[in-house]
Design a binder for this molecule. Structure first.
Ligand SMILES: *Cc1c(COP(=O)(O)O)cnc(C)c1O
Length: 447
């Protein structure tokens, strides 16, 4: 075993991993990256079609982002953000207001997605506390939702894989059955339904709306649930229902923001605005840990008063508004605008969609190919007719992942769902190569 690998295993406890699996699949030590490609210490090339955990938006080692961070580095690396500010943060807010859904205009900075979710939950709770509805203390969320790993975020996350063990530690939340378009309980299909499943939300609001402070959703795309995609109409209806019951609508756009779904934000598909939005991941192009909880003037105003009234939002993170993060985010905004990245990605997505369907639509184990912009998921099933999935204990997705890795493709699965969520700048040649490797890895495992 390589010396570095040995030392890694001696010291590092890797995230979201059973470390014993590393006996069989040791960590791959990456030395450098360029665009969609990563290179390990032996110079082996890997196609990073999972955008290094969905955050790398514009490729690794993007020269424009590199330049902006280096420029900022020589001026100011960090400063306390209470009572102090700096130009990169101010400019960033100015840029983001131009692209955010209407009404979102107040920015609370933190340093990771989970933290921005915690911030949103506290903000919603305190808003009601200070506007005459202190009985509104509960939160609603969608089944199979994912919002991060901290205690509050896990409480509104419904995936057993991450939350189950900790249930006794978590707050009591109200779960709504999420849309499940592949296995629609109403026998409808995604592009031709009236979101009949919205009745599950209506039922819960009727029962619990009065005591509910907020509802958090992953708009359009439930990422960790297996890249599940649902119609925008669901959000339009949810907006109305939230207004009716005075419930704060929180959009977790951590995974969907900045063009991932083909529009700047997933909420743009529904033409309505949330009351609070969490953004991270693509915000800095995957360079720096940074997140923002953005909200409306109305919510902000509920906290604005004389100090002794005790209404301030006493929430902080040491690295709030980190200047290097802001400079990276500013560079990302410039590139998105100047290079028409999102529009171009719409075109590349059509190519990816055609190629994937060509190869896999008739595959005996591909139950569904679902997609939104470049994000594509192949749901692997044992039987296409019954839609019966593989026994999770077989770890089919993981077996294919290992095989694909050996061939130079990072195809990290979500259970039995294989997915592509590449940087928006991926080109056709890279797509062809990724699909070839994906196909041969699947063949070797499934046959
Ligand atoms: C990644 C993710 C989070 C958590 O962000 P971290 O930075 O990993 O804490 C929350 N919500 C969604 C939808 C995510 O994809």
């Amino acid at each position: 075993m390589n010396k570095l690998v040995e030392k890694d295993l001696k010291y590092v406890w890797h995230p979201c991993s059973q470390m014993k699996d590393y006996e069989d699949l040791p960590p791959i030590i990456i030395k450098r990256g360029k665009g969609v490609k990563l290179y390990d210490i032996n110079n082996k090339e890997y196609l990073d079609i999972v955008s290094s955990w969905w955050c790398n938006l514009l490729g690794h080692s993007n020269s424009k982002i590199n330049k902006e961070i280096k420029r900022q580095l020589d001026k100011l690396e960090h400063v306390i953000f209470a009572n102090f500010s700096h130009e990169p943060a101010i400019k960033l807010c100015e840029e983001l207001i131009k692209i955010l859904p209407k009404g979102l205009c107040k920015f609370n900075f933190s340093d990771n997605g989970s933290a921005s979710v915690e911030c949103a939950l506290k903000m919603a709770f305190q808003y009601h506390y200070q506007t005459g509805s202190p009985q509104k203390t509960k939160f609603m969320c969608l089944s199979d939702g994912y919002h991060g790993e901290t205690i509050g975020a896990l409480s509104v996350g419904m995936l057993d894989l991450y939350a189950k063990i900790y249930k006794p530690m978590l707050m009591d939340t109200i779960q709504i059955n999420a849309p499940d378009c592949y296995r629609c309980p109403f026998g409808k299909c995604r592009d031709n339904c009236d979101v009949e499943c919205f009745k599950f939300a209506e039922e819960q609001f009727e029962m619990h709306g009065a005591k509910t402070a907020g509802i958090i959703v992953e708009p359009i795309l439930q990422g960790s649930a297996g890249m599940r995609i649902y119609p925008p109409l669901y959000l339009t209806k949810l907006r109305k229902l939230c207004d009716e019951y005075n419930v704060i609508l929180i959009a977790d756009e951590i995974a969907t923001g900045f063009g991932r779904t083909g529009k700047m934000f997933a909420f743009d598909h529904a033409n309505v605005s949330p009351d609070i939005m969490c953004i991270s991941k693509g915000l800095t192009g995957g360079y720096m840990p940074m997140a923002i909880t953005v909200t409306t003037q109305k919510i902000y105003d509920a906290f604005y008063d004389d100090y002794l009234k005790g209404k301030a939002f006493m929430h902080s993170h040491t690295y709030s508004g980190n200047p290097l993060g802001c400079s990276a985010a500013l560079a990302v905004q410039n590139i998105l605008r100047e290079d028409n990245i999102v529009e171009k990605s719409n075109k590349t997505a059509i190519y990816l969609n055609e190629k994937l369907k060509e190869r896999f639509l008739s595959h005996k184990n591909v139950g569904e190919i679902r997609s939104i912009n470049l994000i594509h998921a192949l749901e692997l099933v044992k039987d296409k007719n019954t839609k019966e999935g593989f026994n999770p204990n077989l770890r089919i997705g993981y077996q294919i992942y290992k095989k694909a890795l050996s061939k130079g493709l990072i195809l990290r699965p979500l259970g039995n769902v294989l997915y592509f969520n590449p940087p928006l700048i991926i080109n056709k040649k890279e797509i062809d190569k990724a699909i070839d490797i994906c196909e041969s890895a699947m063949e070797e495992i499934l046959n």
